[in-house]
Design a protein around this ligand. Structure first.
Ligand code: NAD
Length: 337
């Protein structure tokens, strides 16, 4: 058996898993070699991809031209739920499966969305500096509204959206959602009010939590016009992907008090340059793309990704493939290449 080269790509990957020993230990059963591209130039990465039997990625684009060079590649594995960084069409044209890690952190992301909602709504980020500066006055942060009479709105009633719904209901909020792709049964089972149109939905919610994927359709879904539909006391929470919200429009909406606050885990450019207005606006809380994280989900992430990689490099079908159509048209013997 010849050595299988598994090429790691993406700055966030090296931030998330700086120590590659565990990955190396896992892939040794298939005679795998973990190859880090940390610090490499684009051209050096391309040369590594030519030798790659598998590619593991977070947050770094995997473009058509990269996929074109990856002649030996049998799997592109994202260590994230979202796979918007991969040109899935280009991979599909080359019959390369793309898999994601859909199950490792749904509860954690929902918990983070609810945490951002509560912290922003209760204005914890404004109260902490107020007390540190010697203050002791609730009027500083008026108004704060009761959760029990509030409507929590969700865009994208998938895995994370449903966990968020359950947690918001536990806090006594009524929950509504906009998701054109989910059956009525799911709304009925989860006790979530269905909105078929975005406009009345945005007009009615007190808290808006975004849980849809980044696609051509959802890019800048929240822009100047949609933010203006929201109520002045409303809070927007985004733990999905930065570009779903037009960040400049959100900054304007917060500065002009079109909405009351924002809890943001994902930005249009990550990590931020440092001069973004959103980092300074007092009604916004920004966290560093951490919603996925707990000690347990960190380990699950790596285990699920390595299981998938090993499965495919042993010639079996991927479990979490996002372009399954490649298998319906692929000659059978190619499965074991
Ligand atoms: P999912 O596929 O289970 O759910 C996504 C839902 O969005 C689906 O129900 C889908 O029908 C809906 N949707 C698609 N297009 C839509 C549109 N135009 N309008 C409204 N709804 C739409 O995915 P999930 O596991 O719930 O994850 C959701 C997203 O969360 C991921 O795509 C990822 O980008 C993000 N995420 C972020 C973190 C983090 O650390 N911040 C971690 C994990 C996932």
């Amino acid at each position: 058996m010849s050595t299988r080269r598994i090429v790691l790509v993406g700055n966030r990957l090296f931030m998330k898993f700086p120590n590659h020993d565990y990955m190396q230990q896992r892939v040794s059963v298939i005679d795998g070699l973990i190859v880090s591209t940390q610090g490499m130039s684009d051209e050096e990465i391309l040369r590594e991809l030519e030798q790659a039997d598998g590619i593991v990625v977070i947050g770094h684009p995997v473009t058509a031209s990269m996929i074109q060079r990856a002649d030996r590649c049998k799997l592109i594995m994202t260590l994230s739920v979202g796979y918007d960084v991969v040109d899935v069409q280009a991979a599909t044209e080359r019959s390369i499966p793309v898999s994601n890690c859909p199950l490792y952190c749904s509860e954690e992301v929902a918990e983070h969305a609810i945490t951002l909602t509560l912290a922003t709504a209760r204005k914890i980020h404004q109260l902490v500096p107020h007390v540190r500066e010697g203050g002791w006055d609730y009027k500083q942060v008026r108004p704060i509204r009761a959760f029990s009479s509030s409507r929590f709105g969700i865009i994208g009633l998938g895995r994370i959206g449903r966990h968020s719904a359950r947690k918001a209901q536990g806090l006594g909020m009524t929950v509504a959602a906009y998701d054109p792709y989910v059956d009525d049964d799911i709304f009925a089972m989860t006790g979530v009010e269905r909105f078929h149109d975005l406009q009345p939905f945005l007009e009615s919610v007190d808290y808006l939590s975004i849980h849809c994927p980044l696609t051509d359709e959802t890019w800048h879904l929240m822009d100047d016009d949609s933010l203006k539909l929201m109520q002045p006391h409303a809070v927007l929470v985004n733990t999905a992907r930065g570009p779903i919200v037009d960040q400049a429009a959100l900054e304007r909406a917060l500065q002009q008090k079109v909405i009351a606050g924002a809890g943001i885990d994902v930005l249009e450019v990550e990590p931020p340059r440092g001069d973004e207005a959103i980092l300074e606006i007092s009604s916004a809380i920004v966290t560093p793309h951490i919603a996925w994280y707990s000690e347990e989900s960190h380990d699950r992430n790596l285990d699920q990704a390595m299981d998938e990689l090993i499965r495919v490099l042993q010639g079996r079908r991927p479990q979490y493939v996002v372009n399954p159509q490649i298998f319906s048209r692929r000659p059978k013997q190619e499965m074991t290449r």
